[in-house]
Ligand binder design. Structure first.
Ligand code: NDP
Length: 420
C-alpha cells in the first residue's frame, strides 16, 4: 500500500505510470503532476477507462520551484517521489523531498539548463580540469546530498532508467553471480528502430542532442580518457538487430561504476547511430541550433535548442511509426575461480510490441519500466537505505526478477564476441 507522486508526464513518465498501474499491489495511489496538467489528465482518463485499480489524481507543478514542490508534497503526502521530468529539475525535487522527508527516485543525472550561469560555470571548469572529462553532468551535485538524506532517513535512488539503471544492475549481477573480479565493462546501446523521419530523437531532444554532441570519454586505470565527439567508432553485430556502427560516448554510469567498483580497469559506453542522424546533427551544430545560450530574435529571447525541440517530432509521438528492436547490455570480462571469462548480458526490446502494450516506443519503454522497478523496490523496503545511491549499490536479484516479469527479459551469453 503506497502513494506515489510522479513528476513529469512525457514519454518516459507515461510508460512508468502505466507500469506502476500494472503493479497495483505496490502502487495503490498515484498523483500525476507536471507542468502541462492536460497530459496527466489524458493519461488518468486512459488508465481509468481500462479499469485501472490505482486511485489517480493529477496536479500542476513547476518543478523548478522548491516551494511549489513542497506545497504539493505536503498536500498529497506521498511515500515517494518519482522524478521523470528533466535532469534540470533533479536538485529542486531532491531539496523538496529533503524538506518533506520523502524518498526520491530519478532516471538521469543532474545537469543545469543554463550552462553559462557564472557560479555553475566556474565549478564546472574546475571539475573539468580536476577530473578530466567535460560532460555537463556529473554525480557530484547529487552525491553531495548523501549526509543530508542519511540524517533525514530517506533514500535517494539515482538513475533507474535503462542506461543508466539496468546497465549498472547488470554489472552488479555479473559481480554477484559470475565473477570474483571484473576487469573490463563495455556498455552497448543499440537502437535498431526506424521511425521513417530523416531526423528525430527518441527521448527529450534537448537532453539527447547535448549528450551526443559532447566529447566522448572512458574510464581507464582509475582516470578519464577524453575523446572528440564520435572519434571512436566500432561495428558490432547485435543479436536480433544485426550489424551497426556505434560510437564511444561519455555516459553517467561510467562515473558511478568507476567509483563503486575500483577493481574495473576499463569502462566504455557505445551507442549506435545511423549516418542520417549524424549528418543532421553535425549540420544543426554547425549552424548553432544546438546552442543553449539565448539569442535575440525579433525582440524576443529564444534558446536555439529549445526552438529546435519545438520543430522536431515529439518523441512520445514516434510509437506508431517506429519498427525494429533495441538491444542494450553489457559485455563484461573478468576472472572466476582463477580463469578469465567474458559474458554479455542484454535485453532486446521490440518497438512495435511496446506500442501495442502501452502506446509508446521502445526507448521510453526501456526507461519507464526500470523507473517503476526502482521505485517499487524502494517502496517495498528491498532497496531502502538512507542516503543517495545508484542502482549498482543494491542487491541486483529482485531488480533482475522484475525486469523479466515486467517486459524487459534479459539474456546471458557466455560466449560473446568482444568489442576491439
Ligand atoms: P519529455 O520531454 O518527453 O518529458 C519531460 C516531462 O517533464 C514533460 O511532461 C514536461 O512537461 C515535464 N517538465 C519539464 N520541465 C518541467 C518543470 N519545470 N516542471 C514540471 N514538469 C516539467 O522527456 P522524456 O520523457 O523523454 O525524459 C524524461 C527523463 O528521462 C529525462 O530526465 C531523461 O533524461 C530521462 N531518460 C533517461 C534514460 C535512461 O535510460 N536512464 C533514457 C531516456 C530518458 P511539458 O509536458 O510541459 O513539457
Amino acid at each position: 500500500m503506497s502513494r506515489l507522486l510522479v513528476i513529469g508526464c512525457g514519454g518516459v513518465a507515461q510508460v512508468a505510470i502505466q507500469k506502476c498501474a500494472q503493479n497495483s499491489k505496490v502502487f495503490t495511489e498515484m498523483c500525476l503532476a507536471s507542468r502541462t496538467v492536460s497530459k496527466c489528465d489524458a493519461l488518468k482518463d486512459k488508465l481509468e477507462k481500462k479499469g485501472c485499480p490505482v486511485k489517480i489524481t493529477t496536479a500542476t507543478v513547476n518543478a523548478d520551484d522548491v516551494k511549489d514542490l513542497v506545497k504539493l508534497i505536503k498536500e498529497y503526502q506521498p511515500d515517494a517521489v518519482l522524478n521523470v521530468a528533466l535532469p534540470y529539475q533533479d536538485l529542486t525535487i531532491m531539496d523538496a523531498c529533503l524538506e518533506c522527508k520523502v524518498d526520491y527516485i530519478d532516471t538521469a543525472n543532474y545537469e543545469p539548463e543554463d550552462t553559462d550561469e557564472p557560479v555553475w560555470r566556474a565549478a564546472y571548469e574546475k571539475r573539468c580540469k580536476e577530473k578530466g572529462f567535460t560532460a555537463y553532468f556529473d554525480y557530484s551535485y547529487q552525491w553531495a546530498y548523501m549526509d543530508k538524506f542519511k540524517e533525514a532517513g530517506i533514500t535517494g535512488l539515482l538513475g533507474t532508467g535503462f542506461d543508466p539503471g539496468v546497465t549498472s544492475v547488470f554489472v552488479a549481477y555479473a559481480k554477484k553471480h559470475y565473477f570474483d573480479e571484473i576487469n573490463t565493462v563495455d556498455i552497448l546501446d543499440c537502437n535498431g528502430g526506424d521511425h521513417g523521419y530523416a531526423f528525430a530523437t527518441n527521448f527529450n531532444p534537448e537532453i539527447n542532442l547535448r549528450e551526443v554532441s559532447a566529447n566522448g570519454s572512458y574510464w581507464e586505470d582509475g582516470h578519464w580518457v577524453e575523446t572528440k565527439p564520435m572519434e571512436i567508432k566500432r561495428e558490432y553485430n547485435f543479436p536480433e538487430v544485426g550489424q551497426k556502427d556505434m560510437y564511444l560516448l561519455h555516459h553517467e554510469e561510467i562515473e558511478a561504476l568507476g567509483r563503486n567498483f575500483p577493481e574495473i580497469k576499463r569502462i566504455r559506453f557505445f551507442m549506435t547511430f545511423g549516418q542520417s542522424y549524424l549528418d543532421h546533427m553535425r549540420c544543426l551544430e554547425d549552424v548553432g541550433m544546438l546552442s543553449t545560450t539565448p539569442i535575440k530574435f525579433e525582440g524576443k529571447d529564444i534558446v536555439p535548442i529549445q526552438f529546435l525541440k519545438a520543430l522536431l517530432p515529439d518523441p512520445a509521438s514516434l510509437g506508431p511509426r517506429t519498427v525494429g528492436k533495441t538491444n542494450i547490455g553489457c559485455i563484461i570480462r573478468g576472472v572466476k575461480d582463477g580463469k578469465e571469462k567474458v559474458i554479455y548480458i542484454y535485453n532486446v526490446c521490440d518497438h512495435q510490441e511496446c506500442y501495442k502494450e502501452l502506446g509508446s516506443q521502445a526507448i521510453s519503454y526501456t526507461t519507464g519500466v526500470p523507473a517503476m522497478i526502482g521505485t517499487s523496490l524502494v517502496l517495498t523496503g528491498q532497496w531502502k537505505k538512507p542516503g543517495v545511491y545508484t542502482t549498482d549499490e543494491f542487491d541486483p536479484d529482485p531488480y533482475m526478477d522484475m525486469l523479466n516479469k515486467f517486459g524487459l527479459p534479459w539474456v546471458v551469453d557466455e560466449n560473446p564476441v568482444e568489442v576491439p
